[in-house]
Each structure stands twice: as C-alpha cells, then as structure tokens.
Ligand binder design. Structure first.
Ligand code: FAD
Ligand code: NAI
Length: 466
C-alpha cells in the first residue's frame, strides 16, 4: 500500500495550497521542498519581499514629497536601508512561518530535499547525500519557475542582478539600468527610483507591459516618465562590460542600427521567467514537456504519465501566484474525484506600482483581433470626488463590454488601489454580469470604486460626473 495519497513537489503558492486542499479532502499528503524555507518564489524572493519594499519605499517617498502639501511637516526623511531590508525579512519570515503552521495544522508531512519522479507512484527525495523513495498514489509537480537569462550577460547578483539580487542590494545604486519593461522591471524600478536611483529601462518591444491593454500601457508610461523613469523602447542590451568601476552596457536598436553605450552601477535583468524542472527526472520518467520547456498537461492538469499532475508556473498560462493557487485547489479536487476547475478568462493581473495598474479579461487589442464588437466606457480619477480630495487623480477605469449583450469582457484600471478595486469586476465577470449590472449596483460614496460604476455608466453613455 502506498504511504501517501498525494505527494506535492514544491511548496510555492501552487504546491502548499494544493497540499492544504488535498488534506481538507481527507487525503494523506506530503510536500517535498529542496530550499531551506517553504513558500517558493512568491514568499521568499518574489511577491512578498517585493511588496514589502514597494510599501516601505512608498512611505519614504510620501514622507519626503506628499506630507507637506497636506500640512504634515516632517524633517527630511533619511533612508536606513539595512532597517528597510530587515522590515522586508520580517515579512518573509512571518509568511514562511505561516506556511509551516498550515502544514502542521493540516497534518501535511514536510520532506526536505530534492524530489525526483521515478515513475508512477514513486518519488525519490534526496538531501545531504542521502535519499529515500516515497510511495504515493498521486504526484503533483509544482516546481515553479526560474529567471530567464540573457546570452553573454552573466548574473552575479551583485552588480548584474536578477529580481533576487535587486531585492537585496546593500546600497542604492546611483544609476540602475533595467533590461525589460515588464512587471518586475517597473515594480523594482519603482522601489529603487523612490530610494534615489536614476532609472533607465531598456525594452525590446515598442511599448511597456506587453499583454496589457495598449491604452493603459501608454498612459502608465507617461505617469512613470513624470516620476522620473527614462525608457528606451525598441532596444536591447547586447553586452555589459564589467571591467571598470562602472558597468558599460551596449544597447542596440531592436530593428538593427548603431549601438550606444550606457553606464550604470547596477544592471537588473528581468526579461521573463522560465519553467523549472531541473533534477525532477521528467525525461526518464516519461513526463512530456512542451516546446517551451513547460510540463504538458491536459485540461485536468494530468501529465503524460499516469497519476502525475502539474500546476503553477511550471505549466502554461500566466506566471502568477493566484493562478498557481487556484490550480492547486482544482487539481486536489480532481484527484479527490470532484470537478475542480479554473476559469482562465477571469484571472486578474496587478502591477503594484504607484499608481497601481490592474486588469481582468480581454484587452481592446484582443477583442479587435478576435473580431468581437465591443463598447468602451471610461472614467478618469480626475472626476472622482475621493481622488480629488486626496489629490491622487492619476489614471482611469476602462470597461469593455460586448456591443450586443453588454456582458463585461474586460476591465482595466490605472490608479491608487487599482489592485484592490479590480475584484468587483472579477466577481461580476465570474457571474457573466453586464455593464448595466455594475452601473445599477450602489457604490459607497466617497470611494475610488465609484469610478468603476461611472465607467460602467459610460458604457451606456450616461456617466454622471463627466
Ligand atoms: P514557486 O513559487 O516557484 O515554487 C516552486 C517551489 O518548488 C520552490 O520552493 C522550489 O524550491 C521548489 N522545487 C523546485 N524543484 C524542486 C524539486 N525537484 N524538489 C523539491 N522542491 C523543488 N505573482 C503574483 O501573483 N503577484 C505578485 O505580486 C508577484 N510578484 C513577483 C515578484 C517577483 C520578483 C517574482 C520573481 C515573481 C513574482 N510573482 C508574483 C510570480 C509568483 O512568484 C509565481 O507566479 C509563483 O511563485 C508561482 O508559484 P508556484 O507554486 O508555481 O512556484
Ligand atoms: P515580463 O514577461 O513581465 O516582462 C519581461 C519584459 O522584458 C517584456 O516586456 C519583454 O518584451 C522584455 N524583454 C524580453 N527580452 C528582452 C531583451 N533581450 N531586451 C529587452 N527587453 C526584453 O517578465 P518579468 O518582468 O521578468 O516578470 C516575470 C514574471 O513574474 C512575469 O510573468 C510576471 O507574471 C511575474 N511577476 C508578477 C508580478 C505581479 O503580479 N505583480 C510582479 C513581478 C513578477
């Protein structure tokens, strides 16, 4: 008889949530983790530390620039970077302990070591030169992702850093050169910009935040430029000379042409992430990968090997913690014989800058490409009372609704707290709601969320405050 009903390899948000749900459903569960702490990328070097630094650096910026206009007089704030890093570490530790507690509470065995799949029902766990083979009815691969690297540019995590190094710099770089205007570049660029760095972002495409609605990305770029970001779009970094005291990066136009050199104290490479399957023994065990190295799964998360499933960053789809978590719940329910399911049309995305950017559903570009007739309702925060009194009026809400049925197909927001505001759109879309449903829902006054109601009214060309 197998020792476990389920062994989950990896304890990021996909893996640990899957383990908890499986335990709730009565399974005997173990998780395998190769790193010293539980929680994966998200808790240790991703979502959580970046949000701690975003919060702390925002407070620093506010104290220096926004308090005075509200009549709050403080002496010029002084940065104590080690203390800020300590604040970040306390946040990480608290969350990691939280996952340890959840494992105990749900009677999930934690097996420390590297997991390797030997075949259906067999996982080898190795640590410190010793290994043991665990028997289990089911296996879930939740091994996440790793940083993507640039050919010829070696990351030393000191001067040429990935997101991991950028979360732990020991001093504020005078000049920070960021390669890639995606989520990491803009979030961590914001952190170091607020703390005093000069930030230049080099992006291969002719726009920032590919995949997000184009109009939103354009306005967001303008807002970031106002904050002091410099962008070099349609350009790529082809080499970084590390021989001198200052780094010298060679930048070439993406379309070809003359190269230029930019100096920097630190270069942050954030050009995406790649699935992580090292050491899992997938090839030998017969678990198929797709051409991009992701574990191939069917609509029920099953891989090509019987009894082996995969979820999270290691499979296709957006590399987001909440997507991994929802897949973790769904696969546990499927293994338990239930109808676990993830609605991929309603997965929100948030960029935690100031202001925040959030989205759910289709962009205008996607609707155009699919030939769907749609109506647009927009409402700027300059016309929202709460934003006006707080003097935080950057951004707008944009709602895309089906021209025939009025069903909401996409919602995009730039603005303070946009990451919290997006969820009423998620719930509405989960229930197949219309712009009219949103427009007729009473919203508390004065809130920023009233801008969502007004944008929904604007779909029917009847916004009140505009
Ligand atoms: P991971 O979190 O990567 O966890 C995988 C785990 O598996 C790791 O602990 C790893 O050690 C372990 N593992 C791998 N192989 C083995 C093996 N063979 N044996 C044992 N253990 C193994 N997403 C958001 O939604 N919101 C955010 O704000 C956000 N911010 C981010 C900021 C940064 C800087 C980064 C880098 C990422 C961010 N993400 C964010 C993305 C998010 O971290 C990932 O989408 C999420 O962690 C994926 O979860 P996962 O469970 O699939 O994998
Ligand atoms: P990303 O995919 O968001 O952005 C990478 C950017 O780099 C793209 O704009 C791309 O066009 C550009 N690029 C690629 N190659 C390049 C080159 N050679 N030169 C210049 N530019 C180049 O990836 P990022 O920012 O590294 O983040 C990785 C993942 O982590 C994302 O998938 C994201 O989902 C997740 N994440 C999520 C966060 C959130 O939800 N708030 C925060 C941080 C990360």
């Amino acid at each position: 008889m197998a020792t476990y009903d389920l062994v989950v390899i990896g304890t990021g948000p996909g893996g640990y949530v899957c383990a908890v749900r499986a335990s709730q459903l009565g399974m005997k569960v173990a998780v395998v983790e190769k790193d010293a702490t539980l929680g994966g990328t998200c808790l240790n070097v991703g979502c959580m530390p970046s949000k701690a630094l975003l919060h702390a650096s925002e407070m620093f910026e506010e104290a220096g620039h926004s308090f005075a206009k509200m009549g709050v007089s403080v002496s010029t704030p002084k940065l104590e970077l080690p203390a800020m890093m300590n604040f970040k570490q306390q946040g990480i530790d608290g969350n990691v302990k939280g996952v340890e507690f959840l494992m105990k509470k749900n009677k999930v065995d934690v097996l420390k070591g590297t997991g390797k799949i030997l075949g259906t029902g067999k996982v080898e766990v190795s640590a410190d030169g010793k290994s043991q083979v665990i028997e289990t009815r089911n296996i879930v691969i939740a091994t996440g992702s790793d940083i993507a690297r640039l050919k010829g540019i070696e990351i030393d995590e000191k001067r040429i850093v990935s997101s991991t190094g950028a979360l732990s710099l020991d001093k504020v770089p005078g000049k920070l050169l960021i390669v890639g205007a995606g989520v990491i570049g803009l979030e961590l660029g914001s952190v170091w910009k607020r703390l005093g760095a000069e930030v230049v972002v080099v992006e291969f495409l002719d726009r920032i935040l590919p995949g997000m609605d184009g109009e939103i990305a354009k306005q967001f770029q303008r807002i970031l430029e106002k904050q002091g970001f410099a962008f070099k779009l349609g350009a790529k970094v082809t080499a970084v000379d590390t021989s001198g005291k200052t780094l010298k990066a060679t930048i070439e136009p993406a379309a070809g042409g003359a190269a230029e050199t930019l100096e920097a104290d630190v270069v942050l490479v954030c050009i995406g992430r790649v699935p992580y399957t090292d050491g899992l023994g997938l090839k030998e065990a017969g678990v198929a990968l797709d051409p991009r190295g992701r574990v191939q799964i069917d609509p029920h998360f099953a891989t090509s090997l019987k009894g082996v499933y995969a979820i999270g960053d290691v499979v296709a789809g957006p590399m987001l913690a909440h997507k991994a978590e929802d897949e973790g719940v769904a696969v546990a329910e499927i293994i338990a014989g239930q109808a676990g399911h993830v609605n991929y049309d309603v997965i929100p995305g948030v960029v935690y800058t100031t202001p925040e950017v959030s989205c759910v559903g289709k962009t205008e570009e996607e609707l155009k490409q699919a030939g769907v007739a749609y109506t647009v309702g927009k409402f700027p925060f300059t016309a929202n009372g709460r934003s006006k009194v707080n003097q935080t009026t950057d951004g707008f809400v944009k709602i895309l609704a089906d021209a025939k049925t009025d069903r909401v197909l996409g919602v995009h927001i730039i603005g303070i707290e946009a990451g919290e505001m997006i969820h009423e759109a998620c719930v509405l879309m989960e229930f197949g709601g219309s712009a009219e449903d949103l427009a007729r829902t009473c919203h508390a006054h004065p809130t920023r969320s009233e801008a969502i109601k007004e944008a929904a009214l604007a779909v029917g060309k009847r916004a009140i405050h505009m």
